[in-house]
Design a binder for this molecule. Structure first.
Ligand code: MG
Length: 271
């Protein structure tokens, strides 16, 4: 869930309770504690989904598992109703990159499934995603997922005070392109807080030293999407599901992180 809309920007701008740096909210220590709690819910949901996924189940069943776990923690599913999105998670299979709608589609041995989870707790949001193999998948698909996950780690390492948003994108892009993957450009990471999509946009490409300055108290979602083939995408007739233009596999990983004096802190950790 990472298209930045005009409406989001207006909502963000009207949120006068928070401090700003160049249009980017700076969370107070209390707000950071709330971000950690919301992120922890997302992490627990992802942990549960990773343990639940198996051949023969539907993506709707995964959505129900996630919904119940979010509610059990006293949180709300951030995506449900977001610009009309009908479910609690995004579930995207194989050539689907992001924003897939959970359905009665049955997962098959060898598929790769990407789940994206958002939870709102006490007014603050956590947002994260993982890619998973359904049963055993091909070595090529495994390598694609591993590279995407590792590129997220590289992006997170670059998210420290004094660096700029371009340092994150450059780290992700270089990691992916060096391994021959198409790095998706049309969908980007984002600031996160009281709103799902805040400033800044956090592209998975960029130039070191360019873009907004990263400061302690900023919270962002970094979310690399790597394609086996070309980076180009298209959107299906359901107006949500983003797929690779060439029909090849794609992988997606995402964490919400806080930038602290000591460096990046992952808010949505899972096991
Ligand atoms: Mg996101």
């Amino acid at each position: 869930m990472n298209r930045l809309s005009r409406r989001d920007k207006i909502e963000t701008a009207s949120n006068s309770a928070s401090l700003y740096s160049g249009g980017i909210t700076i969370k107070s220590p209390q707000e950071l504690m709330a971000m950690r709690r919301a992120g922890a819910v997302v992490g627990e949901v992802l942990t549960l989904l990773k343990r639940s996924v198996e051949p023969g189940m539907t993506t709707k069943e995964l959505d129900t598992i996630a919904y119940k776990e979010i509610i059990r923690h006293g949180a709300k599913p951030t995506f449900k109703g977001y610009r009309g999105f009908p479910a609690s998670i995004c579930a995207s299979i194989n050539e689907e990159i992001v924003h897939g709608i959970p359905s009665k589609r049955v997962l098959k041995e060898g598929d790769i499934i990407k789940v994206d989870v958002g939870a709102t707790l006490d007014g603050f949001i956590g947002d994260a995603a993982v890619s998973m193999a359904v049963g055993q998948t091909s070595p090529e698909a495994t390598a694609l997922m591993d590279a995407t996950r590792l590129s997220l780690e590289e992006g997170i390492k670059a998210a420290r005070p004094g660096n700029r948003v371009g340092d994150i994108g450059a780290a992700v892009q270089q990691f992916g392109e060096a391994r021959g993957y198409g790095v998706v450009r049309e969908f980007v990471g984002h600031g996160v807080g009281r709103f799902l999509h805040e400033d800044p946009q956090v592209p998975n490409y960029g130039q070191p030293g360019l873009g907004p300055l990263l400061r302690p108290g900023m919270c962002i979602a970094i979310e690399p999407m790597f394609n086996m083939g070309d980076w180009r995408t298209r959107i299906l007739d359901d107006q949500w599901t983003v797929v690779t233009a060439d029909g090849q596999l794609s992988a997606h990983f995402e964490h919400s992180i806080a930038i602290t004096e000591d460096g990046p802190e992952i808010l949505t950790g899972h096991t």
